[in-house]
Design a protein around this ligand. Structure first.
Ligand code: ATP
Length: 208
């Protein structure tokens, strides 16, 4: 059987417990024994990360130390220019011709997918697993019609065919950065080693 790589991309600015809980839930539901966390260098659809790639990578490493589920790829960080998922997936496929690539994304990302670089081609070379938090039905219907318009019903079905329900974890990197800026604790929102790293390096004290 073809080797399967499951990628979870993100800015991870910083990685938080929501990311880890959702990835674990997806692994449990879909039977994955490996998930590759893929920090973006310069995400094309978001603001530039506040923390340097080296810090974001270091925090990811600290967050998953000792957890065999996770692997971290610095492929996008080591590339200059925008991090296009299409290029990354194509790169993984060239490296191992038998490799099937699945991309794990949250529903918020799914909504932006029509604007991704070479999105229609990406759909042909990768499977998508969509992590959806409850309550999601109304929003999902809205997204589904957008996807139908962008990719046609057949490809759109391929996208929405692998929806998994994951816990509702109301944590975001934006909120964590804002708490640090205000001097509020981030304990339990991020793994302890990540909290220590953020504080010891003085990350997120200023900025957006
Ligand atoms: P920011 O607040 O800076 O926009 P974020 O917390 O959304 O960041 P990202 O690094 O952009 O984190 O997210 C990477 C992936 O993780 C995306 O697919 C996103 O949908 C998903 N994700 C992030 N936070 C959660 C959460 N609390 N529950 C479920 N999925 C999440």
């Amino acid at each position: 059987m073809a080797r399967q790589i499951v990628l979870m991309g993100g800015t991870f600015d910083p990685v938080h417990c929501g990311h880890l809980i959702v990835a674990r839930a997806a692994a449990e539901k879909c039977g994955f024994d490996r998930i590759t966390l893929l920090p973006a260098g310069s995400p094309p659809h978001k603001h530039s990360p506040l923390a340097d790639g080296s810090h974001r990578l270091a925090m990811l490493r600290l967050a998953v130390t000792g957890d065999a589920l996770f692997e971290i790829s610095d492929l996008e960080l080591s590339r200059t220019g925008p991090s296009y998922t299409f290029d990354t997936v194509a790169g993984f496929k060239t490296a191992g011709r038998q490799t099937a690539v699945a991309i794990l994304v949250g529903m918020d990302m799914l909504e932006l997918l029509p604007a991704w670089h070479r999105a229609a081609e990406l759909l042909k070379i990768a499977d998508f697993i969509i992590a959806v938090r409850r309550p999601w039905l109304d929003r999902m219907r809205r997204i589904q019609s957008k996807l139908n318009e962008a990719f046609g019903p057949r490809q759109a079905r391929k996208l929405t065919g692998r929806i998994i329900e994951t816990p509702l974890i109301d944590i975001s990197s934006t909120d964590i950065r804002s708490r640090v800026r205000q001097g509020l604790p981030i304990r339990y929102l991020v793994p302890q080693a990540v909290e220590e790293y953020v504080l010891s390096k003085g990350l997120y004290r200023s900025g957006e």
